[in-house]
Write a protein that binds this ligand. Sequence first.
Ligand SMILES: *[C@@H]1O[C@H](CO)[C@@H](O)[C@H](O)[C@H]1NC(C)=O
Ligand SMILES: *[C@@H]1O[C@H](CO)[C@@H](O)[C@H](O)[C@H]1NC(C)=O
Ligand SMILES: *[C@@H]1O[C@H](CO)[C@@H](O)[C@H](O)[C@H]1NC(C)=O
Ligand SMILES: *[C@@H]1O[C@H](CO)[C@@H](O)[C@H](O)[C@H]1NC(C)=O
Length: 394
Amino acid sequence: MINLLGSRRVRRLLFFIAATVTLFYLMTIVFPEKKYEISPLVFSGIPPTRFVAPGRRKNLKLENVKGFFLQDLAETMEDHFNVFQTRDFGLIPQDYSIDITNKLPPNATQWDHFQAEILRLNQEKLTTMLGVLGYKVLYLFRPSESWHHTGESFYGKESWECLWTRQDGNGTAQWIDAELTPTGIDGAKYLHKSWNKHLGSTNLAMPELFLSSPLSRAADTLIHTFNLTFRNPRPPSPIFVEYLRESFGVDTHNSRRSYTTLKKKYPLFEFEEEFSEFDPLWTSYRDETDESVLHRAKIFLENLFLRRNEIFIAIATHESIIKAILEAVGHRPFPVPIGHMIPVVIKGSWFKSWDPRTEVEKYKMFYKRNRNCTELDPVTDPDAEPEVDMDEFD
Ligand SMILES: *[C@@H]1O[C@H](CO)[C@@H](O)[C@H](O)[C@H]1NC(C)=O
Ligand SMILES: *[C@@H]1O[C@H](CO)[C@@H](O)[C@H](O)[C@H]1NC(C)=O
Ligand SMILES: *[C@@H]1O[C@H](CO)[C@@H](O)[C@H](O)[C@H]1NC(C)=O
Ligand SMILES: *[C@@H]1O[C@H](CO)[C@@H](O)[C@H](O)[C@H]1NC(C)=O
């Protein structure tokens, strides 16, 4: 019989294995595995989808949960729909489930029921098998009337789009990063009253998180709507998010101020990480495409779901981003007029996918060149040279 252990070859092999294991063990002590830190203050960077995904090759699906608000039903007439003159901003009166009805006092409002139902749905997170990441309620605000709106009605559409919108102002009105007009400020204060009237006595009155486009008209709308001040206890700081801004290009009212200026102008606000000093996106000579806006909206939403735990979130943003967010989550198109708001319930869940990259990881910024301006086209204006060549981003 051959003594296996006695064989020199086998002994050498065993020694080799033991040495490798020991070495590997020592290495893990000396160089501990770096944990991927998920910053809660990134909204416009690459979402950590692949790091957070449970298991391999999973992508994130974000979808509108229909049936909570009139706005998400296909049969709701969108013409003349006024969210502030609609009962409960469109929240549909209903009993969600027996559990909730039994738990709440008989005088609980529909908003109390809504909140309880959203919290109940979020419990699905605990059942790993379902792959649910969570549910969030977004209140998307569009800024009230600002100076560029008056410019367009003053000069007429063509003259505005091809010439005046590219100017900083006309001596009387300033359009660059346009501010709210006095009418706009009144509109935002009306939002405040209206919000309190609807939600005054419920826990929903103060959203848990405030996010804003870095354009002044959005920040001011948010401040007035929620009367955000430094009072004690102060609400959580609103955060400036680069990708919540209006589609960029050509119109001066969609260019933003520098970080330093914004910091001085809005001391109450925080900034997302890596918010650059100067506007990195706006150019004086070409417009962003709708596809690009849609991609930005998706990047923002994924970051929001993967990095933040808050459920009820107020967001001051703009027409094209609201449209893109609705499209990204499969909400029906629903126009949101100036100074209005739309509530949206979104469910996030994981799904299996063999695509090695998420859709968002394939994002590129897209621009289009043409605005079909003939006579008044200042693209040929030598002063309209780009400072940054955005081809670098392609
Ligand atoms: C509901 O009734 C309770 C007492 O039964 C009271 O404390 C509470 O303020 C009432 N809530 C509303 C919204 O009327
Ligand atoms: C400048 O534009 C505003 C509209 O934004 C208009 O009310 C004003 O009269 C214009 N000023 C001049 C000097 O044309
Ligand atoms: C806004 O908040 C301030 C400070 O707490 C308060 O004095 C003021 O009355 C509030 N304004 C409105 C319109 O609620
Ligand atoms: C510009 O004109 C072309 C051809 O007439 C048309 O296909 C295109 O949709 C127009 N673009 C815009 C932005 O109006």
